[in-house]
Design a protein. Structure first.
Length: 437
């Protein structure tokens, strides 16, 4: 029987030790990596299953689809079900999928395994709000920054690790190792994490039905979701078209593209910085800086001739600037939303993550289509236009709030417990009042 302390649905009396947040950072990094292991293996999988690369590409699609479905249907359960048990149980779905992917011999079964991997890996977004519950109000941003840093490292390192393991053994080895890692992770998390029991009061159907009303009644959720959707859509567009641009116009091979992608480490650096800034109440100005960095990232590559060393350098700077803007705003957005009340964090996170994740998928699709028709300039122009419009919306934060402004930060939806008023004067709460949706 577990002897870990129980964390109530309200804020903890004492903050968890820092090693707990580093453990959660490791956990979300390993879980997020599951979503990306298959991407460099599509050609090998197609060869072994005697199918086309396009058909085997469904492996990636179904993994992402499983993740999105679980964001909507599973993540909100964090407001209803004991959090440690929920996270560990959902991770077990990823284990089943990874084991299936290791041993199945037919493409149909492998596609089912991919769907399960996506469903189970959504435990990432169960443990992120859990980290917020374990942190004090004063250090919530720092805790979220630590966890987000681990997530970004997992995303960044998944593809090269997958490639190395496949070259060492076979692509089956990638999923076998990942399955063993997930089993060990489940054992550790079950053993050392505290429990958190949300207050009861509604059933699952009511929980899901409350989410649209949460969107309508929470201006801060709408505003932060719009910011992150624009940023992540632009980010996905950039990382869809830039590898093609580098190979076709700069003579890069796969190794060169992989080395360029290491610029993504900037995201891991940005997250803890953004968390500490948010804890100091600086969310509003730094949000503007993040949007400006992302917009600038799509103009820099045109300051040097295509194919030149200077152009590669500017593309690298653009990648770093974009990663800083996207990851920093993700951390600050979650920090602001999780300050609206412990009773609704999982639902807030589910809406937030689902929307901007779909924005990323749309950005990738539009980027590929525009690049085919008009090259890098056409794709970059779309991203810049979206970010410019978002920047204009950001400027509305500086309008004078109405007399009832701050009160609009609080959602009035059915919840397991009454949602407390949010009036402690922190900047992100004040921003909710000025964010008129």
């Amino acid at each position: 029987m577990s002897t870990q302390p129980r964390i109530p649905a309200t804020e903890p009396a004492e903050e968890a030790p820092r090693w707990v947040f580093f453990l959660l950072a490791t956990a979300v990094g390993l879980l997020a990596a599951n979503l990306y292991y298959a991407q460099p293996l599509v050609g090998l999988i197609a060869h072994d299953f005697h199918t086309s690369t396009a058909t085997s590409g469904l492996v990636v699609t179904l993994t992402q689809l499983g993740y999105v479905l679980a964001l909507v249907l599973v993540v909100p359960l964090g407001d209803l079900v004991e959090n440690r048990r929920l996270g560990v149980s959902v991770t077990s779905l990823a284990v089943v999928g990874l084991v299936m992917a290791t041993f199945v011999t037919g493409l149909g079964w492998f596609l089912l395994a991919s769907l399960l991997i996506g469903l189970g890996s959504v435990a990432v977004q169960i443990f992120v709000p859990f980290a917020s519950h374990l942190a004090s109000e004063a250090n919530r941003g720092r805790a979220l920054g630590t966890v987000t840093s681990g997530l970004m490292l997992g995303v960044m390192l998944a593809r090269p690790i997958s490639s190395v393991l496949a070259e060492t053994g076979s692509w089956h080895l990638v999923f076998a190792v990942a399955a063993v890692v997930m089993l060990l992770l489940m054992a550790v998390l079950h053993r050392v994490l505290p429990t958190r029991h949300p207050a009861r009061g509604i059933h699952y159907g009511q929980l899901l039905a409350s989410m649209p009303r949460l969107v309508r009644s929470t201006p801060l959720l709408r505003r932060r979701t719009l910011y992150q959707t624009a940023l992540f859509g632009s980010f996905s567009l950039f990382w869809t078209v830039t590898p093609l641009y580098l190979t076709q116009h700069f003579g890069f091979g796969q190794g060169g593209v992989a080395a360029f992608a290491l610029a993504g480490v900037a995201g891991a650096i940005a997250a803890p910085i953004a968390g500490r800034v948010a804890d100091r109440g600086r969310t509003r100005p730094v949000t503007g800086i993040g949007l400006a960095l992302a917009l600038t990232a799509f103009g820099l590559p045109f300051l040097a001739p295509v194919g030149s060393t200077a152009a590669v350098a500017l593309l690298t700077v653009s990648a770093v600037a974009l990663d800083f803007g996207v990851t920093g705003n993700l951390t600050m957005g979650q920090r602001a939303l999780f300050s609206l009340g412990a009773e609704q964090r999982s639902r807030l996170n589910g809406v937030f993550m689902t929307t901007f994740y779909l924005g990323g998928a749309l950005g990738s699709a539009l980027g590929a289509a525009l690049y085919t028709g008009g090259g890098f300039a056409a794709a970059a122009s779309l991203a810049a236009a979206v970010l410019a419009v978002t920047g204009g919306y950001y400027l509305t934060e500086f309008r004078r709030p109405t007399a009832t402004g701050p009160a609009t930060a609080t959602a009035t939806v059915p919840a397991p417990a009454p949602v407390p008023a949010v009036e402690d004067g922190r900047a992100e709460r004040q921003e909710a009042g000025s964010g008129r949706g």
